[in-house]
Design a binder for this molecule. Sequence first.
Ligand code: SF4
Ligand code: SF4
Length: 550
Amino acid sequence: MRCFIGIELSLEATKEIEDLNIQEKIDEVNANPKINVYTSSKIQKIEGQPGQFNVTLDQNGNTVEFKAGAIVLATGWKPYDASKLEELGYGKYDNVITNIQMEELISNGGVKADSVAFIQCAGQRDENHLPYCSSVCCMVSLKQAKLIREQNPDSKVYIFYKDMRTPGLYEDFYRTAQDDEGIFLTKGNVTKVAQEAGGLVVGVEDTLLGETVNVKVDRVVLATGMVSSMEGIPTTKEEQAELQEKGIEFENILNLEYRQGPELPILKYGFPDSNFICFPYETRRTGIYAAGCVRQPMGINESIDDATGAALKAIQCIELISQGGTTFPRSGDVDYPDVFLQRCTQCKRCTEECPFGAINEDEKGTPFYNPMRCRRCGTCFGACPERIVSFKGYSVDMVSTMLKAVSVPGPEEEKPRIIAFVCENDAYPALDMAAMHRLKYNPFIRVIPVRCLGSVNTVFIADTLSKGIDGVLMLGCKYGDDYQCHFIKGSELADYRMGKVQETLDRLMLESDRVKVMQVAITEYDKVPQIMDEFYESIKELEPNPYKGF
Ligand code: SF4
Ligand code: SF4
Protein backbone atom coordinates (compact mmCIF):
# COMPACT_ATOMS: atom_id res chain seq x y z
CA MET A 1 0.00 0.00 0.00
CA ARG A 2 1.32 3.46 -0.82
CA CYS A 3 0.84 5.97 1.92
CA PHE A 4 1.89 9.43 2.97
CA ILE A 5 4.82 9.60 5.30
CA GLY A 6 5.88 13.07 4.25
CA ILE A 7 5.35 15.40 7.18
CA GLU A 8 8.55 14.52 9.00
CA LEU A 9 10.43 14.51 5.72
CA SER A 10 11.33 17.45 3.53
CA LEU A 11 8.84 19.88 2.08
CA GLU A 12 9.46 18.25 -1.28
CA ALA A 13 8.44 14.86 0.11
CA THR A 14 4.89 16.04 0.82
CA LYS A 15 4.36 16.28 -2.93
CA GLU A 16 5.12 12.60 -3.45
CA ILE A 17 3.42 9.35 -2.57
CA GLU A 18 5.81 7.21 -0.56
CA ASP A 19 5.86 3.45 -0.19
CA LEU A 20 5.25 2.59 3.45
CA ASN A 21 7.40 -0.39 4.21
CA ILE A 22 5.26 -1.86 6.92
CA GLN A 23 6.89 -5.28 6.70
CA GLU A 24 10.17 -3.73 7.82
CA LYS A 25 8.48 -2.46 11.01
CA ILE A 26 6.85 -5.84 11.65
CA ASP A 27 10.21 -7.59 11.26
CA GLU A 28 11.82 -5.09 13.63
CA VAL A 29 9.20 -5.76 16.31
CA ASN A 30 9.40 -9.54 15.87
CA ALA A 31 13.18 -9.44 16.15
CA ASN A 32 13.14 -7.48 19.43
CA PRO A 33 13.79 -9.97 22.28
CA LYS A 34 11.91 -7.73 24.72
CA ILE A 35 8.66 -7.81 22.73
CA ASN A 36 6.36 -10.85 22.71
CA VAL A 37 3.88 -10.82 19.82
CA TYR A 38 0.75 -12.97 20.16
CA THR A 39 -1.01 -13.34 16.82
CA SER A 40 -4.42 -15.01 16.27
CA SER A 41 -5.25 -14.30 19.89
CA LYS A 42 -8.24 -13.07 21.84
CA ILE A 43 -8.19 -11.71 25.35
CA GLN A 44 -10.13 -14.02 27.63
CA LYS A 45 -9.81 -11.80 30.68
CA ILE A 46 -7.79 -9.06 32.32
CA GLU A 47 -7.73 -8.91 36.11
CA GLY A 48 -5.88 -6.77 38.61
CA GLN A 49 -4.71 -3.20 38.54
CA PRO A 50 -1.93 -1.08 37.02
CA GLY A 51 1.47 -2.53 37.76
CA GLN A 52 -0.06 -5.96 38.20
CA PHE A 53 -2.55 -6.79 35.47
CA ASN A 54 -3.01 -10.53 34.88
CA VAL A 55 -3.80 -11.13 31.23
CA THR A 56 -5.22 -14.40 29.92
CA LEU A 57 -5.25 -14.99 26.16
CA ASP A 58 -6.74 -17.63 23.95
CA GLN A 59 -4.27 -18.27 21.15
CA ASN A 60 -5.61 -20.78 18.65
CA GLY A 61 -7.28 -22.74 21.45
CA ASN A 62 -4.29 -22.57 23.81
CA THR A 63 -4.41 -20.54 27.01
CA VAL A 64 -1.56 -18.09 27.50
CA GLU A 65 -1.12 -16.12 30.72
CA PHE A 66 1.22 -13.25 31.50
CA LYS A 67 1.53 -10.17 33.69
CA ALA A 68 1.50 -6.59 32.41
CA GLY A 69 2.15 -3.27 34.12
CA ALA A 70 0.09 -1.16 31.71
CA ILE A 71 -1.99 -1.74 28.59
CA VAL A 72 -2.25 0.17 25.31
CA LEU A 73 -5.40 -0.40 23.29
CA ALA A 74 -4.68 0.17 19.60
CA THR A 75 -7.40 -1.84 17.90
CA GLY A 76 -7.90 0.75 15.18
CA TRP A 77 -11.02 1.46 13.19
CA LYS A 78 -13.59 -0.07 10.92
CA PRO A 79 -15.14 1.53 7.84
CA TYR A 80 -18.55 3.13 8.12
CA ASP A 81 -21.27 0.79 6.89
CA ALA A 82 -21.72 1.97 3.29
CA SER A 83 -24.96 0.01 2.89
CA LYS A 84 -26.55 2.96 4.71
CA LEU A 85 -25.62 5.16 1.73
CA GLU A 86 -28.15 3.86 -0.75
CA GLU A 87 -28.96 7.44 -1.82
CA LEU A 88 -25.42 7.59 -3.22
CA GLY A 89 -25.94 4.36 -5.14
CA TYR A 90 -24.03 2.00 -2.83
CA GLY A 91 -25.50 -1.50 -2.98
CA LYS A 92 -27.63 -0.41 -5.95
CA TYR A 93 -24.94 -0.10 -8.62
CA ASP A 94 -21.90 -2.39 -8.79
CA ASN A 95 -19.62 0.42 -9.86
CA VAL A 96 -20.29 2.48 -6.76
CA ILE A 97 -17.59 1.44 -4.31
CA THR A 98 -15.99 2.80 -1.14
CA ASN A 99 -12.51 4.27 -0.74
CA ILE A 100 -11.49 1.05 1.05
CA GLN A 101 -12.55 -1.04 -1.94
CA MET A 102 -10.67 1.33 -4.25
CA GLU A 103 -7.57 1.00 -2.05
CA GLU A 104 -7.80 -2.79 -2.41
CA LEU A 105 -8.19 -2.54 -6.19
CA ILE A 106 -5.17 -0.26 -6.47
CA SER A 107 -3.06 -2.44 -4.14
CA ASN A 108 -4.02 -5.63 -5.99
CA GLY A 109 -2.59 -4.63 -9.31
CA GLY A 110 -4.43 -1.53 -10.31
CA VAL A 111 -7.71 -0.24 -11.60
CA LYS A 112 -8.85 0.12 -15.20
CA ALA A 113 -11.12 3.12 -15.67
CA ASP A 114 -11.59 5.98 -18.11
CA SER A 115 -13.42 8.15 -15.63
CA VAL A 116 -13.89 8.01 -11.87
CA ALA A 117 -15.82 10.35 -9.55
CA PHE A 118 -14.96 10.65 -5.86
CA ILE A 119 -17.71 11.84 -3.54
CA GLN A 120 -16.16 13.27 -0.40
CA CYS A 121 -17.68 13.21 3.09
CA ALA A 122 -19.95 10.30 2.07
CA GLY A 123 -21.94 9.67 5.24
CA GLN A 124 -19.73 12.07 7.17
CA ARG A 125 -20.26 15.51 8.66
CA ASP A 126 -23.88 14.51 8.38
CA GLU A 127 -26.22 14.23 11.36
CA ASN A 128 -27.92 11.23 9.72
CA HIS A 129 -24.66 9.29 9.52
CA LEU A 130 -21.31 10.19 11.12
CA PRO A 131 -21.47 13.79 12.30
CA TYR A 132 -17.69 14.11 12.48
CA CYS A 133 -14.88 14.43 9.92
CA SER A 134 -12.59 11.41 9.61
CA SER A 135 -9.69 13.73 8.77
CA VAL A 136 -7.93 11.48 6.23
CA CYS A 137 -10.46 10.95 3.42
CA CYS A 138 -9.56 14.08 1.42
CA MET A 139 -5.91 13.03 1.31
CA VAL A 140 -6.87 9.42 0.54
CA SER A 141 -9.02 10.52 -2.43
CA LEU A 142 -6.28 12.81 -3.74
CA LYS A 143 -3.80 9.94 -3.46
CA GLN A 144 -6.13 7.48 -5.18
CA ALA A 145 -6.92 10.03 -7.91
CA LYS A 146 -3.22 10.42 -8.65
CA LEU A 147 -2.66 6.65 -8.67
CA ILE A 148 -5.60 6.14 -11.04
CA ARG A 149 -4.13 8.80 -13.31
CA GLU A 150 -0.72 7.12 -13.12
CA GLN A 151 -2.22 3.75 -14.09
CA ASN A 152 -4.61 5.24 -16.70
CA PRO A 153 -2.91 8.32 -18.20
CA ASP A 154 -5.91 9.19 -20.40
CA SER A 155 -8.43 8.92 -17.59
CA LYS A 156 -10.45 11.74 -16.08
CA VAL A 157 -10.94 11.91 -12.32
CA TYR A 158 -13.52 14.13 -10.59
CA ILE A 159 -13.47 14.96 -6.89
CA PHE A 160 -16.60 16.55 -5.41
CA TYR A 161 -16.09 17.88 -1.91
CA LYS A 162 -17.80 19.91 0.81
CA ASP A 163 -14.45 21.32 1.97
CA MET A 164 -11.02 20.08 0.97
CA ARG A 165 -9.13 19.37 4.19
CA THR A 166 -5.40 19.04 3.59
CA PRO A 167 -3.75 20.41 6.72
CA GLY A 168 -0.22 21.76 6.96
CA LEU A 169 2.24 20.74 4.28
CA TYR A 170 -0.31 18.38 2.73
CA GLU A 171 -1.52 21.52 0.95
CA ASP A 172 1.47 20.98 -1.37
CA PHE A 173 0.18 17.55 -2.30
CA TYR A 174 -3.25 19.05 -2.94
CA ARG A 175 -1.63 21.55 -5.34
CA THR A 176 -0.03 18.74 -7.33
CA ALA A 177 -3.53 17.32 -7.87
CA GLN A 178 -4.84 20.77 -8.84
CA ASP A 179 -2.01 21.07 -11.36
CA ASP A 180 -3.00 17.78 -13.01
CA GLU A 181 -5.35 18.66 -15.84
CA GLY A 182 -6.87 15.18 -15.66
CA ILE A 183 -8.15 15.81 -12.13
CA PHE A 184 -11.19 18.04 -11.83
CA LEU A 185 -11.89 19.29 -8.31
CA THR A 186 -14.93 21.25 -7.22
CA LYS A 187 -16.87 22.05 -4.11
CA GLY A 188 -20.53 21.13 -4.46
CA ASN A 189 -23.52 19.20 -3.19
CA VAL A 190 -24.02 15.82 -4.79
CA THR A 191 -27.72 15.52 -5.58
CA LYS A 192 -27.84 12.25 -7.48
CA VAL A 193 -25.99 9.13 -8.49
CA ALA A 194 -27.90 7.28 -11.20
CA GLN A 195 -27.27 4.69 -13.87
CA GLU A 196 -27.75 5.93 -17.40
CA ALA A 197 -26.82 4.37 -20.74
CA GLY A 198 -24.27 1.93 -19.38
CA GLY A 199 -22.55 4.42 -17.09
CA LEU A 200 -23.09 6.32 -13.89
CA VAL A 201 -24.18 9.94 -13.79
CA VAL A 202 -23.30 12.11 -10.81
CA GLY A 203 -25.29 15.33 -10.41
CA VAL A 204 -23.68 18.15 -8.42
CA GLU A 205 -25.21 21.50 -7.42
CA ASP A 206 -23.63 24.74 -6.17
CA THR A 207 -20.28 24.04 -7.72
CA LEU A 208 -17.42 26.51 -7.91
CA LEU A 209 -18.48 27.06 -11.53
CA GLY A 210 -21.74 28.45 -10.21
CA GLU A 211 -23.79 25.91 -12.09
CA THR A 212 -25.17 22.40 -11.75
CA VAL A 213 -23.02 19.76 -13.41
CA ASN A 214 -23.80 16.20 -14.45
CA VAL A 215 -20.79 14.02 -15.15
CA LYS A 216 -20.82 10.58 -16.67
CA VAL A 217 -18.27 8.18 -15.18
CA ASP A 218 -17.33 4.49 -15.10
CA ARG A 219 -16.99 4.35 -11.34
CA VAL A 220 -18.03 6.28 -8.27
CA VAL A 221 -15.91 6.13 -5.11
CA LEU A 222 -17.53 7.08 -1.83
CA ALA A 223 -15.11 8.61 0.68
CA THR A 224 -16.62 6.91 3.70
CA GLY A 225 -15.35 7.52 7.20
CA MET A 226 -13.72 5.84 10.16
CA VAL A 227 -15.60 4.27 13.03
CA SER A 228 -13.84 3.31 16.25
CA SER A 229 -13.34 -0.45 16.61
CA MET A 230 -15.07 -0.14 19.98
CA GLU A 231 -18.31 1.14 18.50
CA GLY A 232 -21.17 -1.29 19.12
CA ILE A 233 -19.29 -3.29 21.76
CA PRO A 234 -21.14 -3.56 25.06
CA THR A 235 -19.09 -1.86 27.76
CA THR A 236 -21.11 -2.94 30.79
CA LYS A 237 -22.58 -6.22 31.96
CA GLU A 238 -26.08 -4.74 31.58
CA GLU A 239 -25.43 -3.86 27.93
CA GLN A 240 -24.01 -7.34 27.34
CA ALA A 241 -27.15 -8.93 28.82
CA GLU A 242 -29.39 -6.69 26.70
CA LEU A 243 -27.64 -7.69 23.46
CA GLN A 244 -27.69 -11.36 24.44
CA GLU A 245 -31.42 -11.13 25.10
CA LYS A 246 -31.97 -9.61 21.65
CA GLY A 247 -29.80 -12.31 20.06
CA ILE A 248 -27.32 -9.74 18.76
CA GLU A 249 -23.80 -11.13 18.36
CA PHE A 250 -20.86 -9.19 19.72
CA GLU A 251 -17.26 -9.75 20.62
CA ASN A 252 -15.61 -8.02 23.53
CA ILE A 253 -12.02 -6.80 23.27
CA LEU A 254 -10.50 -6.33 26.72
CA ASN A 255 -12.81 -8.50 28.85
CA LEU A 256 -11.88 -6.68 32.03
CA GLU A 257 -12.87 -8.43 35.22
CA TYR A 258 -14.10 -5.17 36.70
CA ARG A 259 -17.29 -4.71 38.66
CA GLN A 260 -18.11 -1.76 36.37
CA GLY A 261 -17.97 -3.73 33.13
CA PRO A 262 -15.70 -5.54 30.68
CA GLU A 263 -14.68 -2.64 28.43
CA LEU A 264 -13.52 0.95 28.52
CA PRO A 265 -16.42 3.39 28.80
CA ILE A 266 -16.92 5.14 25.48
CA LEU A 267 -18.32 8.41 24.20
CA LYS A 268 -21.42 8.39 22.04
CA TYR A 269 -19.61 7.55 18.78
CA GLY A 270 -17.65 4.68 20.27
CA PHE A 271 -14.40 6.49 21.12
CA PRO A 272 -12.99 5.56 24.53
CA ASP A 273 -13.73 8.32 26.92
CA SER A 274 -10.96 10.63 28.08
CA ASN A 275 -10.34 14.28 28.78
CA PHE A 276 -9.84 15.53 25.24
CA ILE A 277 -7.79 18.56 26.27
CA CYS A 278 -5.47 17.48 29.05
CA PHE A 279 -5.27 13.68 28.91
CA PRO A 280 -5.75 12.45 25.36
CA TYR A 281 -4.41 8.93 25.96
CA GLU A 282 -5.97 8.21 29.32
CA THR A 283 -9.18 6.28 29.46
CA ARG A 284 -11.54 5.80 32.37
CA ARG A 285 -9.57 2.75 33.42
CA THR A 286 -6.25 3.66 35.00
CA GLY A 287 -3.21 2.08 33.36
CA ILE A 288 -5.07 1.40 30.10
CA TYR A 289 -4.30 3.86 27.31
CA ALA A 290 -5.89 4.25 23.89
CA ALA A 291 -3.85 5.09 20.80
CA GLY A 292 -4.65 5.65 17.15
CA CYS A 293 -7.99 5.47 15.39
CA VAL A 294 -9.69 3.59 18.21
CA ARG A 295 -9.77 6.91 20.07
CA GLN A 296 -10.13 9.40 17.23
CA PRO A 297 -9.88 9.32 13.42
CA MET A 298 -6.34 10.03 12.27
CA GLY A 299 -3.82 9.32 9.54
CA ILE A 300 -0.62 7.29 9.62
CA ASN A 301 1.69 10.09 10.77
CA GLU A 302 -0.61 11.03 13.62
CA SER A 303 -1.04 7.37 14.56
CA ILE A 304 2.73 6.96 14.83
CA ASP A 305 2.92 10.03 17.11
CA ASP A 306 -0.09 8.82 19.05
CA ALA A 307 1.45 5.39 19.61
CA THR A 308 4.61 7.06 20.92
CA GLY A 309 2.55 9.21 23.31
CA ALA A 310 0.55 6.26 24.61
CA ALA A 311 3.69 4.13 25.04
CA LEU A 312 5.31 6.94 27.05
CA LYS A 313 2.19 7.20 29.21
CA ALA A 314 2.34 3.44 29.81
CA ILE A 315 5.99 3.71 30.87
CA GLN A 316 5.18 6.66 33.14
CA CYS A 317 2.29 4.69 34.64
CA ILE A 318 4.53 1.74 35.52
CA GLU A 319 7.16 4.05 37.03
CA LEU A 320 4.70 6.02 39.16
CA ILE A 321 2.80 2.94 40.26
CA SER A 322 6.07 1.30 41.32
CA GLN A 323 6.56 4.33 43.58
CA GLY A 324 3.06 3.86 45.03
CA GLY A 325 1.68 6.99 43.36
CA THR A 326 -1.13 7.71 40.97
CA THR A 327 -0.70 8.46 37.29
CA PHE A 328 -2.73 11.60 36.68
CA PRO A 329 -3.94 14.30 37.11
CA ARG A 330 -2.58 14.26 40.66
CA SER A 331 0.51 12.74 39.13
CA GLY A 332 2.65 10.97 41.71
CA ASP A 333 0.19 11.54 44.58
CA VAL A 334 0.87 8.66 46.99
CA ASP A 335 -2.23 9.28 49.06
CA TYR A 336 -5.18 6.92 48.56
CA PRO A 337 -8.65 6.47 50.05
CA ASP A 338 -8.68 5.09 53.55
CA VAL A 339 -12.08 3.60 54.42
CA PHE A 340 -13.32 2.93 57.94
CA LEU A 341 -15.18 -0.19 56.85
CA GLN A 342 -16.63 -0.98 60.29
CA ARG A 343 -19.14 1.80 59.68
CA CYS A 344 -19.84 0.96 56.03
CA THR A 345 -23.55 0.42 55.34
CA GLN A 346 -22.81 -1.28 51.97
CA CYS A 347 -24.86 1.36 50.19
CA LYS A 348 -22.64 0.92 47.05
CA ARG A 349 -22.58 4.64 46.31
CA CYS A 350 -18.78 4.71 46.18
CA THR A 351 -18.58 1.71 43.84
CA GLU A 352 -21.23 3.14 41.56
CA GLU A 353 -19.92 6.69 41.44
CA CYS A 354 -16.16 6.02 41.14
CA PRO A 355 -15.46 7.28 37.58
CA PHE A 356 -12.47 4.97 37.15
CA GLY A 357 -13.79 1.56 38.12
CA ALA A 358 -11.35 1.45 41.03
CA ILE A 359 -13.68 -0.21 43.51
CA ASN A 360 -14.93 -3.78 43.41
CA GLU A 361 -17.38 -5.15 45.96
CA ASP A 362 -18.22 -8.50 47.50
CA GLU A 363 -21.62 -10.16 47.27
CA LYS A 364 -22.86 -8.19 50.30
CA GLY A 365 -21.82 -4.90 48.70
CA THR A 366 -18.78 -4.23 50.89
CA PRO A 367 -16.40 -2.13 48.79
CA PHE A 368 -12.94 -3.39 47.91
CA TYR A 369 -10.63 -0.57 46.86
CA ASN A 370 -7.91 -1.22 44.25
CA PRO A 371 -5.52 1.60 45.17
CA MET A 372 -3.49 1.42 41.94
CA ARG A 373 -6.60 1.94 39.83
CA CYS A 374 -7.48 4.98 41.93
CA ARG A 375 -6.78 8.50 40.67
CA ARG A 376 -7.38 10.24 43.99
CA CYS A 377 -10.33 12.23 42.68
CA GLY A 378 -12.23 12.03 45.96
CA THR A 379 -15.55 11.15 44.31
CA CYS A 380 -16.00 8.28 46.79
CA PHE A 381 -15.25 10.75 49.58
CA GLY A 382 -18.04 12.98 48.23
CA ALA A 383 -20.42 10.05 47.69
CA CYS A 384 -20.22 8.33 51.06
CA PRO A 385 -23.20 9.27 53.25
CA GLU A 386 -21.37 7.89 56.30
CA ARG A 387 -18.32 10.10 55.64
CA ILE A 388 -15.99 7.18 56.31
CA VAL A 389 -13.76 7.68 53.25
CA SER A 390 -10.77 9.96 53.75
CA PHE A 391 -7.30 10.61 52.42
CA LYS A 392 -4.34 11.50 54.60
CA GLY A 393 -4.08 14.83 52.79
CA TYR A 394 -7.79 15.43 52.23
CA SER A 395 -10.07 14.28 54.97
CA VAL A 396 -13.49 14.93 56.40
CA ASP A 397 -11.76 16.53 59.39
CA MET A 398 -9.75 18.87 57.17
CA VAL A 399 -12.79 20.19 55.31
CA SER A 400 -14.80 20.45 58.53
CA THR A 401 -11.94 22.39 60.19
CA MET A 402 -11.76 24.78 57.24
CA LEU A 403 -15.50 25.32 57.48
CA LYS A 404 -15.33 25.91 61.22
CA ALA A 405 -12.57 28.48 60.72
CA VAL A 406 -14.80 30.67 58.54
CA SER A 407 -16.25 33.50 60.61
CA VAL A 408 -19.97 34.07 60.26
CA PRO A 409 -21.03 37.70 60.71
CA GLY A 410 -24.00 38.01 63.06
CA PRO A 411 -27.50 38.95 61.84
CA GLU A 412 -27.04 42.55 63.04
CA GLU A 413 -23.95 43.08 60.84
CA GLU A 414 -25.87 42.82 57.55
CA LYS A 415 -22.93 41.11 55.87
CA PRO A 416 -23.80 37.93 54.07
CA ARG A 417 -21.26 35.14 54.25
CA ILE A 418 -20.86 32.82 51.29
CA ILE A 419 -18.69 29.71 50.97
CA ALA A 420 -17.36 28.77 47.54
CA PHE A 421 -16.21 25.17 47.09
CA VAL A 422 -13.83 25.53 44.17
CA CYS A 423 -12.38 22.69 42.11
CA GLU A 424 -8.58 22.72 42.17
CA ASN A 425 -8.27 21.69 38.52
CA ASP A 426 -9.81 24.52 36.51
CA ALA A 427 -11.88 26.81 38.72
CA TYR A 428 -9.22 27.47 41.36
CA PRO A 429 -6.50 28.25 38.76
CA ALA A 430 -9.11 30.48 37.07
CA LEU A 431 -9.45 32.38 40.36
CA ASP A 432 -5.65 32.66 40.50
CA MET A 433 -5.60 33.99 36.95
CA ALA A 434 -8.31 36.50 37.84
CA ALA A 435 -6.13 37.70 40.72
CA MET A 436 -3.06 37.91 38.49
CA HIS A 437 -5.09 40.10 36.14
CA ARG A 438 -6.03 42.23 39.15
CA LEU A 439 -9.71 41.44 38.84
CA LYS A 440 -11.62 41.81 42.10
CA TYR A 441 -14.22 39.45 43.47
CA ASN A 442 -16.75 39.83 46.19
CA PRO A 443 -15.20 40.22 49.68
CA PHE A 444 -18.03 38.33 51.41
CA ILE A 445 -17.06 35.05 49.76
CA ARG A 446 -14.64 32.58 51.37
CA VAL A 447 -13.02 29.98 49.14
CA ILE A 448 -12.40 26.33 50.04
CA PRO A 449 -10.44 24.43 47.37
CA VAL A 450 -11.57 20.86 46.69
CA ARG A 451 -10.06 18.05 44.60
CA CYS A 452 -13.04 17.98 42.31
CA LEU A 453 -16.66 19.00 42.78
CA GLY A 454 -17.35 15.26 42.88
CA SER A 455 -15.53 15.23 46.22
CA VAL A 456 -17.99 17.64 47.84
CA ASN A 457 -20.17 15.65 50.20
CA THR A 458 -23.74 16.88 50.59
CA VAL A 459 -23.22 16.64 54.34
CA PHE A 460 -20.74 19.53 54.03
CA ILE A 461 -23.47 21.63 52.45
CA ALA A 462 -25.82 20.83 55.33
CA ASP A 463 -23.06 21.63 57.86
CA THR A 464 -22.30 24.92 56.08
CA LEU A 465 -25.88 26.11 56.03
CA SER A 466 -26.70 24.97 59.55
CA LYS A 467 -23.73 27.03 60.73
CA GLY A 468 -25.47 30.19 59.48
CA ILE A 469 -23.60 30.65 56.19
CA ASP A 470 -25.96 32.40 53.77
CA GLY A 471 -25.06 30.69 50.51
CA VAL A 472 -22.93 27.94 48.98
CA LEU A 473 -21.43 28.34 45.53
CA MET A 474 -19.73 25.40 43.84
CA LEU A 475 -17.39 26.11 40.94
CA GLY A 476 -16.34 23.16 38.81
CA CYS A 477 -15.35 22.16 35.29
CA LYS A 478 -17.67 21.94 32.31
CA TYR A 479 -19.64 18.76 31.91
CA GLY A 480 -21.65 17.22 29.09
CA ASP A 481 -20.46 15.82 25.75
CA ASP A 482 -17.47 18.17 25.57
CA TYR A 483 -16.74 17.83 29.26
CA GLN A 484 -13.56 19.27 30.69
CA CYS A 485 -13.84 17.73 34.14
CA HIS A 486 -10.42 16.26 34.92
CA PHE A 487 -12.15 13.40 36.72
CA ILE A 488 -14.69 12.92 33.95
CA LYS A 489 -17.96 13.27 35.79
CA GLY A 490 -17.19 14.92 39.13
CA SER A 491 -18.75 18.21 38.17
CA GLU A 492 -21.82 16.50 36.71
CA LEU A 493 -22.18 14.36 39.83
CA ALA A 494 -22.04 17.46 42.00
CA ASP A 495 -24.88 18.95 40.00
CA TYR A 496 -26.86 15.72 40.32
CA ARG A 497 -26.22 15.48 44.05
CA MET A 498 -27.18 19.10 44.61
CA GLY A 499 -30.52 18.31 43.01
CA LYS A 500 -30.98 16.03 46.01
CA VAL A 501 -29.83 18.63 48.52
CA GLN A 502 -33.33 20.04 48.31
CA GLU A 503 -34.44 17.51 50.92
CA THR A 504 -31.81 18.81 53.33
CA LEU A 505 -32.78 22.41 52.61
CA ASP A 506 -36.45 21.58 53.19
CA ARG A 507 -35.52 19.98 56.51
CA LEU A 508 -33.62 23.13 57.47
CA MET A 509 -36.50 25.22 56.04
CA LEU A 510 -34.09 27.10 53.75
CA GLU A 511 -34.52 28.30 50.15
CA SER A 512 -33.00 26.19 47.35
CA ASP A 513 -31.45 29.35 45.83
CA ARG A 514 -28.88 29.28 48.60
CA VAL A 515 -26.95 26.52 46.80
CA LYS A 516 -25.69 26.86 43.23
CA VAL A 517 -23.35 24.82 41.00
CA MET A 518 -21.57 26.70 38.21
CA GLN A 519 -19.23 25.50 35.47
CA VAL A 520 -16.15 27.42 34.49
CA ALA A 521 -13.13 26.75 32.27
CA ILE A 522 -9.68 28.04 33.14
CA THR A 523 -9.81 30.30 30.10
CA GLU A 524 -12.93 31.95 31.51
CA TYR A 525 -11.10 33.47 34.47
CA ASP A 526 -12.52 36.88 33.59
CA LYS A 527 -16.05 35.55 34.19
CA VAL A 528 -15.35 34.23 37.70
CA PRO A 529 -15.70 37.58 39.53
CA GLN A 530 -18.97 38.18 37.70
CA ILE A 531 -20.28 34.71 38.65
CA MET A 532 -19.41 35.43 42.28
CA ASP A 533 -20.93 38.90 42.25
CA GLU A 534 -24.15 37.66 40.70
CA PHE A 535 -24.45 34.88 43.27
CA TYR A 536 -23.81 37.40 46.04
CA GLU A 537 -26.59 39.64 44.66
CA SER A 538 -29.02 36.70 44.57
CA ILE A 539 -28.19 35.82 48.19
CA LYS A 540 -28.63 39.45 49.26
CA GLU A 541 -32.21 39.30 48.05
CA LEU A 542 -32.94 36.53 50.57
CA GLU A 543 -33.37 37.02 54.29
CA PRO A 544 -30.21 36.29 56.33
CA ASN A 545 -29.77 32.62 57.15
CA PRO A 546 -31.96 32.07 60.26
CA TYR A 547 -29.30 29.75 61.75
CA LYS A 548 -26.90 32.66 62.30
CA GLY A 549 -25.88 33.00 65.88
CA PHE A 550 -26.82 29.43 66.90
S1 SF4 B 1 -10.67 8.56 44.87
FE1 SF4 B 1 -11.76 8.54 42.91
S2 SF4 B 1 -10.71 7.00 41.69
FE2 SF4 B 1 -10.12 6.65 43.82
S3 SF4 B 1 -11.56 5.13 44.56
FE3 SF4 B 1 -12.37 7.14 45.12
S4 SF4 B 1 -13.75 7.64 43.43
FE4 SF4 B 1 -12.43 5.99 42.69
S1 SF4 C 1 -20.29 4.93 50.10
FE1 SF4 C 1 -19.51 4.66 52.20
S2 SF4 C 1 -21.11 3.52 53.24
FE2 SF4 C 1 -21.54 3.34 51.04
S3 SF4 C 1 -20.50 1.44 50.41
FE3 SF4 C 1 -19.03 3.09 50.07
S4 SF4 C 1 -17.83 3.19 51.96
FE4 SF4 C 1 -19.67 2.01 52.43
